[in-house]
Design a protein around this ligand. Structure first.
Ligand code: SAM
Length: 400
């Protein structure tokens, strides 16, 4: 990932450049460490850069939580910041490529886009963990009247497929660089024709990380239309039996099993298992009922909460653990006397959400975007804002 190593400089100069900078919007300094965050607004994207002291100077790099998908935007921002602050660069890996195909933003969707998205086709299918994208690209070309939503947590794979979409002029794929287990909650009920899960990571030692679970299955059944199909393809005996057990636990479904069925397209993973003459299992689960459970919009409201003096001292230092979820204030950064940027982790234990909260005198918001609209995130959000309430501070002051 792009970064710059720069010679030591007085980091207090950053604040004096904010007003005239073309990309820097604020600077925030950690309350208990030397870390610095720089707010960036560049090419319609807002994100943070981290400035970390190291032995020979500073490391200027991306921030994991707010990182934009397009690496070139990051590289450009790093170069502009270095130039505007007149930093002396010791080493860098940010050659900006103009020849590379820049992923087309039209087909790259953010999770928050799905709050009120319009689906351009009547038929929608989803592929979870598309990897090299061979199956996704093939399906999209074969079925131009279907919109394919491809989900992939591995950013380079998402970028590669975006390039292929541009090169092959495909117009019916949306790529979402996000965890599929959380994503399905964003879709309306009865929308999809198929959900493909081909060769998911078996996670034999960490089963909680598996894509297939009871909650993934019931969400899949909710978003599938009647007779819509969830298609699992796996080479793992263990995963096959685990999935079968999970699938039989949900009512109003029909389950079908196939062994060594040839598909029209062979993915990279599949080709490897075929060379090794491994058995390949397909399990098809069909939704047999119209889902009435319409997705309620989830709103992460801060109810007019704003910065109150001394609040940074009252926030819980340790993780707050509740039944099935948690809230942790990981680090507090100060932007100005009455403006904080608080790095938080919260939500479910196996799929925590990482976000910044911008707590200012006039408002409180998530920076740069709200959490994914899941019920567990909403429960965590409500506990999180309790920590910001003046009553909470008063109770602490009185040692209640
Ligand atoms: C073993 S590869 C299979 C790739 C592809 N389906 C194929 O058949 O070649 C599994 C893929 O799933 C992705 N993945 C794993 N967990 C995921 C999740 N929770 N959400 C989205 N993608 C995920 C991984 O990054 C990886 O690319």
């Amino acid at each position: 990932m792009p970064h710059l190593k720069v010679k030591p400089f007085d980091s207090n100069i950053i604040a004096t450049h904010i007003a005239t900078s073309t990309v820097m919007t604020f600077v925030a300094t950690a309350i208990h460490t030397d870390d610095i965050l720089i707010g960036i607004s560049h090419q319609d994207e807002s994100f943070l850069l981290q400035l970390k002291p190291d032995k020979e100077g500073f490391l200027l790099k991306y921030d994991k939580v707010t990182r934009p998908l397009k690496v070139n935007i990051l590289k450009e921002a790093l170069a502009i910041v270095a130039q505007e602050l007149a930093l002396e660069i010791q080493s860098s890996n940010i050659t900006i490529s103009s020849t590379k195909v820049v992923p087309s933003s039209e087909y790259l969707k953010k999770i928050e886009d799905f709050v009120d998205i319009q689906y351009p086709k009547d038929t929608v299918s989803v592929e979870v963990g598309f990897g090299s994208g061979k199956h996704l690209l093939y399906q999209a070309q074969k079925n131009p009247d279907t919109l394919f939503i491809g989900l992939e947590i591995h950013t380079p794979s998402a970028q590669q497929v975006l390039k292929q979409i541009a090169l092959q002029n495909i117009q019916n794929i949306w790529v979402v660089n996000y965890d599929a287990r959380l994503f399905l909650e964003m879709l309306p009920s009865n929308l999809c024709k198929e959900i493909f899960v081909h060769f998911p990571v078996p996670w034999d030692k960490k089963p909680l990380r598996r894509v297939i679970s009871k909650s993934f299955l019931s969400e899949s059944m909710r978003v599938l239309a009647v007779d819509g199909r969830l298609e699992l393809r796996t080479d793992s005996d263990n995963y096959f039996w685990y999935a079968l057990e999970t699938f039989f636990s949900v009512p109003q479904t029909s389950v079908e099993i196939r062994k060594n069925e040839a598909l029209e397209v062979t993915s990279k993973y599949e080709a490897r298992w075929l060379r090794q003459e491994k058995d390949i299992y397909d399990v098809y689960v069909k939704s047999k009922a119209l889902s009435t459970q319409i997705k309620e919009p989830i709103v992460f409201d801060f109810y007019g909460i704003h910065y109150t003096e001394g609040i940074e001292e009252t926030l819980a230092k340790e993780a707050l653990v509740y039944e099935g979820y948690f809230v942790h204030f990981e680090r507090i950064f100060r932007i100005s006397a009455k403006r904080l940027l608080i790095k938080c982790a919260f939500g479910s234990f196996d799929r925590p959400e990482h976000k910044y909260v911008l707590l200012a005198e006039e408002s409180c918001t998530y920076f740069v975007s709200p959490p994914v609209q899941t019920k567990v995130n909403l429960m965590a959000h409500e506990k999180l804002i309790m920590q910001f309430l003046p009553q909470h501070i008063a109770l602490k002051d009185n040692n209640v």
